[in-house]
Design a protein around this ligand. Sequence first.
Ligand code: NJP
Length: 243
Amino acid sequence: MKMQDLNGKVAVVTGASSGIGEAAARLLVQEGVHVVLAARRRERLDVLAAELGSFATVVETDVSDRGQVQALFDLVKDRFGGLDLLFNNAGLGINAKFEDSDPDDWKKMIDVNLYGVLNCTQAAIPLLRGRAGAMICSVSSVGGRYGVENWSVYSATKFAVGGFHDALRKELGPERIRVSVIEPGAVWTEFGQNVSEAMKERRQQLEALTSENIAQAMIYAFAQPANVLVEEILLRPVLQVAP
Ligand code: NJP
């Protein structure tokens, strides 16, 4: 069966100011998709939008703030009348042994990695309804499948995303809204606010994936025929045999 033609579709990409989100925005525009770029760092979004031209719209958004998220989706509704793809990609990880970790950091991760996904998904559902091939795709992690040492709270937030999607799929599948999760292993991005030099070296040794590798996986799922749900994609460098 033919893949979907993505030309003219509308996508919201959260965390579009760097890494995987930025790469996803570029690939979507190459496919003719109108992309709404959402993140907090406005100047980075403006630079990307200037590169992408009329196919990009910038909406400075903190996904943990429900009011800002609602304003983002109100704009999408006004400008485009609906939505075909929500790419819930914004996220952050703070590395620490759990015993020594800071509860303020737990909250930061939960606010963005979980509440951010909940806020955006709830606001997006009415706009996705009735659009052929509509998809919600959220970036989880290998840590959301196996749990990774020194990323315990981060892993917990991503497990929560997985459970949420398992349930949501049952609610939205009958309406033909596809609910998909991508679980990357090590990727070369700005991710990990406080990762040590040793961890950066590990990414080098593992031959970490690029943001484009992850973005392509998302496009693969999105471009499937509208009746085909790619439920989950876990991808990691072949050298990353653990976790
Ligand atoms: O990292 P990075 P990635 N509101 O730091 C945004 C997952 N992942 O591309 O707001 C809105 O380059 C931030 O934008 P800004 C990871 O958990 C990665 O690797 O301007 N946006 C930036 O654009 C995450 O879910 C690896 O600071 C907010 C983006 O998030 C996803 O991949 C491994 C925000 C982060 O870009 C993309 O991360 C893995 C907020 N409150 C999973 N807070 C990996 N890289 O190795 C942050 O398993 N952002």
